[in-house]
Design a protein around this ligand. Sequence first.
Ligand code: NDP
Length: 307
Amino acid sequence: METRKVIIIGTGPAGLTAAIYAARADLKPLILEGHEPGGQLTLTTEVENFPGFEHGVMGPELMGTMKKQAARFGAEFLQVMCTDVDLSKRPFTVKTSTGQSYAADTVIVSTGASAKWLGLPNEKELTGRGVSTCATCDGFFYRDKVVHVVGGGDTAMEDATFITKFAKKVYVIHRKDSLRASKPMQERAFKNPKIEFLWDSVVTEIKSNDSGVCGIVVENLKTGAKENRDTDGLFYAIGHTPNTSFLKGQLHLDEHGFIRTHSGPETNVPGVFACGDVQDSYYRQAITAAGSGCQAAIKAERYLEGH
Ligand code: NDP
């Protein structure tokens, strides 16, 4: 089995940026694309906050261009999932969904985190047309509109507060009668006159017309009453699941399953680096993911030079 200098697992902005840097450093990286090549940006429409695009860029187009850029420098892509790794001995072993094994001197994990969804039948097809899992990305499109945000954690409070910069009214729908969010975040939301709370409530249906989401049905869990509500947008803020199950305990993870990193992208195993949302539950932006992908590739290059 040939030993690769670098294997990159995952192809969101973090993995693809790592691929560009590693390929330009002549490390001939092998990239395992995963089940959602391009990552979460391929689920969005227009990205307006990625620097360098004055008039915005479509998420899938941005990721497609990054991939071509990496390929131009010699990055090799495989359309497979990583199912297993052995990071306990060197070279490291990476196994794929097609049953093949690859050996590597360094591994960069950039498998991202997947937003949690409610599981309503039409939610995925309405993504980008009223349903969103990213307030920072999409809040701007709801100027003077009415928006509902689902969730009771810090993200829901932060998203609701952020969206009030644009929307005329934001309703937070939470399934309990008290929030999980930290006290300061709760208080900021309570004080905001544009935010109103719908307690003990869940969304049971999303209504749409030709231009996208136009309403939702909200059920009160205590009374069982169902209410039709008009809305222009429905934001999910019910948490993210980091894609780390394939690591099977081989890297240190935090209590939510995100990879613990230090000194930038370093993990507890020398030669294994992590970048992007798989190690970042705070910023979760394409540009921060890309930046950390660059760091991971540079650290991998220096590690290889030193060994
Ligand atoms: P959390 O897991 O903390 O909260 C998720 C929320 O969504 C909970 O209120 C939960 O309800 C609700 N929820 C989960 N699943 C469903 C469902 N199927 N239907 C309806 N509601 C649901 O996730 P966050 O993304 O809010 O936060 C993740 C981490 O990031 C936390 O540690 C948080 O502190 C941190 N963070 C910090 C920020 C900051 O400091 N500025 C900003 C954002 C996040 P329930 O309460 O009933 O379980």
